[in-house]
Design a protein around this ligand. Structure first.
Ligand code: SAM
Length: 280
């Protein structure tokens, strides 16, 4: 009999894929980490039994979390990723030759090791890029450091608001990110599903707006996050998502699988039922 794995989203909803085999299973003080092989989505990473990313659809997530910030921030020399242990966001950031220094602070070395070994195409050449500096540690502690040079872009590619990621969803964390950015720096975080986790999404966007003065949520489907569009939220002290640097947009349009100028303009449209709850 074929083996299926279902992510249990709540007591009414599951999202499953048929498994060919399990490649890795591990557990530590933070979470469980697994890599499985599927026919439909290639190899896939699960954390705490929740689908995180897969070879087939990872670009739909990693391009979306990365490029809106990278094509609009006036400078992109110093970039920080919090989380992102599969390496996909780092790979996308490092496509820009203007990036001189990328810090990635991932709490769980097991995610990095399993991704390097079993999902090597996701991080690709990021792992050996001399501009890439990986720290295994807590991203919340990192952004609360006052001895860091400010960042031009901060991207929070964290997991859902349980366990080590819980503190990535509160106002003091967003304030610390604000404090670590340059005056015209850009912040982006994944901000959950506006369908399955609407309250969490709305609360995040409203808190980010309280800290930054503006918040721009954006939406696009990712196959593995099964309930329709996923969301990310963009914020900056000064910059708006319309501030496209044309040379960067042209460069990335030529090589990205999904992201382009039209998608950039379309994704910032907010559904009415969400807009009514946002204090924008
Ligand atoms: N892109 C996928 C998604 O959103 O579902 C996968 C993201 S996965 C790479 C998120 C990563 O955030 C995990 O590897 C997890 O270990 C890491 N993480 C969670 N809390 C963290 C924290 N406080 N500091 C740094 N990394 C954290």
């Amino acid at each position: 009999m074929a083996l299926w794995y279902d992510e249990v989203i709540n007591d009414q909803v599951r999202f499953g894929l048929k498994l060919k085999r399990t490649l890795f299973m591990g557990e530590n003080q933070y979470q469980t980490v697994s890599v499985v092989e599927t026919e439909a989505m290639g190899r896939a990473l699960l954390i705490d039994d929740l689908w995180m990313t897969s070879e087939v659809d990872e670009k739909g997530y990693h391009e979306m979390i990365t490029h809106p910030a990278m094509v609009t921030a006036p400078k992109i020399e110093r970039v920080l990723i919090i989380g992102g242990g599969d390496g996909g966001t780092a790979r996308e950031v490092l496509r820009y030759s203007e990036v001189k220094h990328l810090d990635m602070v991932e709490i769980d070395g097991m995610v990095v090791d399993a991704s390097k070994e079993f999902l090597p195409s996701i991080g690709g050449s990021a792992w050996t890029d001399p501009r890439f500096h990986l720290t295994i540690g807590d991203g919340i502690e990192w952004v609360n450091r006052t001895d860091l040079e400010p960042y031009d872009v901060i991207i929070v590619d964290g997991s859902d608001p349980v366990g080590p990621a819980e503190g990535l969803f509160n106002k003091s964390f967003y304030q610390a990110c604000f404090d670590r950015l340059t005056d015209d720096g850009v912040f982006v975080t994944q901000s959950e599903s506006a369908i399955l986790f609407l309250d969490t999404h709305v609360e995040m966007v409203n808190l980010i707006k309280e800290v930054f003065g503006h918040a721009f949520p954006y939406y696009r489907g990712v196959f593995l996050y099964s309930a329709g569009p996923w969301s990310w939220t963009y914020a900056s002290k000064k910059i708006r998502p319309e501030n496209i640097v044309d040379s960067r947009m042209s460069m990335i349009e030529d090589i990205a699988e999904i992201y382009n100028r039209d998608i950039h303009h379309g994704i910032f449209a907010i559904p009415n039922y969400v807009r009514r709850r946002l204090k924008l």
